[in-house]
Design a protein around this ligand. Structure first.
Ligand code: GLC
Ligand code: MG
Ligand code: CA
Length: 588
């Protein structure tokens, strides 16, 4: 008798145990943490907004944006409802790669202003309750950095500051042959011959961007000093540029294997994601953690398994997040955009992300075409809604909040080295200039960007229609929509609720955010290029209510007069092409 009770007891324990395990697994299936012990960090509380300083606001009329130009527009930043402002590089630079080639990491480039201007900018953003994140470009300096000049001259400790190698051999014209087959990201051999030193140096990007040598202790210390310098000035963290390229294989005689299908393509097993890179990132994380609440966001374009390594794990945290570029990559044009693709891209991140980490969503940046041009003007609001309302940090590139479009740039006006390299016939396939043109503030002189008569890149001719002032005054606009959604995002449900995907197919995408004791919300996107009446029950993977309440719809909607609060039926939801709507589900 007793034995069978014990047996039954053991069974109950086992059963309860299994339930607990299942519940724990299911709740961690959200793939992102519910809450921090000491409350959400600033980057978990709202969006990141990327300012490309050359193109944001020009205060001195020279046609290039500057720091005081950002100060002049700090109201806009505040009104957007974002939390963090990330500034692309503002440091002393010969501008071969527009600031991503730094010749002094602790000085402001005169084109952007002075250190006083910088301090004014930080103070002004902080006063407005915004955080400031700087671009940290550790992989390479400019070839005009004094470290490089001294290294080239083999001066003392500087000798090994860069990645130097002997020629493998000399050809019949006595031209030195590079030590291996490594290629630059911008094309051609990654090795450049220095006549002064009689050796090659390695550059993952332009020859004017020599890679620093992270096997050298002095270099590591120099870069830590750079981080401390800006942290001590009160910045709130860093976006770390091109971090996957930080360290190369020690043996510089190793060739990278070529792709069997395309011999032009190398598998970057010796130049990216090296184990030593993670150790360096770990030291930077420890350094920033000595300060109060500082963020590290890192730029890594790689396979998802490799990208995820940059989060680290629970006991060894690395970046707070690597940027999630999969939306950018997967949603590159309207023909590949469908409900399945959106769902899969979102799930990819949530499923692969290590436990307890924080997601993020990137729709655009200074290296990729504008959303409106890639995917369609009609989709701007819907996609902003998606990234703003998913769990995690949304990242917005300046101008995307008003739906700016790629600008046509003639060959004569082309500035981006990545475009110039390809010559007049092919530059347009590679140039990043179209997404870097000046911010469109109003329909006045030079779109309100500058008082001068020239700009470093031409202003898009559509500035008369697409500009901040016009969208501020309109009842319905991309800007109004963006601001409204950032407000809605303040609801507890969006901060902590879980996400599920009830209905998605070729033409429709939807997700629900829900949190115990709080209202649930259903976001629906018509990804089709035609107006449709959608039945959300069709193909739904769980039962949805019959009706819901309209909260907000795209500014392009014909249902402009469907006021928030009106009832809509989920079996016949009318949406225009590309429209997104947010609905509040009835409480059950
Ligand atoms: C990053 C930047 C890009 C730059 C490159 C080299 O990818 O985003 O603009 O050209 O690094 O620094
Ligand atoms: Mg200026
Ligand atoms: Ca490197």
């Amino acid at each position: 008798m007793q034995r069978s009770y014990m047996f039954a007891g053991a069974f109950v324990v086992l059963f309860v145990g299994i339930i607990v395990i299942v519940v724990v697994c299911v709740s961690s299936m959200n793939g992102w943490k519910e809450h921090n012990a000491d409350g959400p960090k600033f980057w978990e509380q709202g969006g990141v907004y990327q300012v490309y300083p050359r193109s944001f606001g020009d205060s001195d009329g020279d046609g290039t944006g500057d720091l005081m130009g950002v100060v002049a527009h700090s109201d806009h930043l505040k009104d957007l409802g974002v939390v963090t402002v990330w500034l692309s590089p503002i440091f002393k630079s010969p501008m071969k790669d527009f600031g991503y080639d730094i010749s002094n990491y602790m000085a402001i480039d005169p084109i952007f202003g002075t250190m006083d201007d910088f301090e004014r900018l930080v103070a002004s953003l902080h006063r407005n309750g915004l955080k400031v994140v700087l671009d940290f470009v550790p992989n390479h300096s400019s070839n005009l950095h004094e470290w490089f000049t001294k290294s080239e001259a083999r001066e003392g400790n500087y000798t090994d500051y860069y990645v130097w190698a002997e020629a493998k051999d000399y050809d019949k014209n006595n031209t030195p042959i590079p030590p291996n087959n490594w290629m630059s990201e911008f094309g051609g051999s990654a090795w450049e011959w220095s006549g002064i030193r009689g050796q090659f140096y390695y550059h993952q990007f332009l020859a004017e961007q020599p890679d620093l040598n992270y096997r050298n202790e002095h270099v590591k210390e120099e870069m830590k000093n750079v981080l401390r310098f800006w942290l001590d000035k009160g910045v709130d963290g860093f976006r770390v540029d091109a971090v996957k390229y930080l360290v190369e294989a020690q043996d510089l005689n190793l060739d990278e294997p070529t792709d069997s299908d395309n011999p032009e393509l190398l598998h970057h097993i010796f130049t990216t994601n090296q184990p030593e890179t993670f150790q360096i990132l770990r030291e930077w994380r420890e350094l920033v953690d000595k300060y109060h609440e500082k963020v590290l966001m890192v730029e890594v374009y790689s396979e998802v398994e490799d990208v995820m390594k940059y989060y680290g794990n629970q006991s060894v945290p690395l970046a707070h997040f690597p940027f999630n570029f999969f939306m950018l990559e997967a949603l590159n044009n309207r023909s590949t955009l469908n409900g399945y693709a959106l769902k899969d891209t979102i799930s990819l991140w949530l499923d692969y992300m290590p436990e307890g980490k924080w997601p993020n969503w990137v729709l655009g940046n200074h290296d990729n075409g504008r959303v409106a041009s890639r995917l369609g003007k009609d989709m701007v609001d819907a996609l902003n809604m998606v990234v703003l309302l998913l769990p995690g940090t949304p990242v917005t590139y300046n101008g995307e909040e008003i739906g700016m479009e790629n600008t046509f740039i003639s060959w004569e006006d082309t500035r981006d080295p990545e475009g110039c390299r390809w010559g007049p016939d092919h530059y347009q396939e590679h140039s990043r200039d179209p997404e870097r043109t000046p911010m469109q503030w109003n329909d006045g002189h030079m779109a309100g960007f500058t008082n001068g008569n020239n700009t470093w890149l031409p202003i898009n001719a559509n500035y008369q229609e697409i500009n901040v002032a016009a969208q501020k005054n309109a009842t319905h606009s991309h800007l109004k929509f963006y601001q409204h959604v950032t407000e809605i995002r303040q609801e507890e449900t969006f901060k902590r609720g879980k996400v599920t995907f009830p209905t998605y197919d070729d033409s429709t995408f939807s997700f629900i955010r829900s949190l115990e004791g709080h209202p649930s919300y259903l976001a629906v996107v018509n990804v089709a290029t035609v107006n449709r009446t959608v039945n959300l029950h069709l193909g739904a993977n769980f039962q949805l209510p019959d009706k819901a309440e309209m909260v907000i719809h795209s500014s392009t909607s014909v249902a402009k007069e469907t006021p928030s609060g009106s009832t809509v039926f989920l079996d016949s939801l009318t949406l225009v092409a590309g429209e997104g709507v947010l609905l509040k589900l009835p409480e059950d």
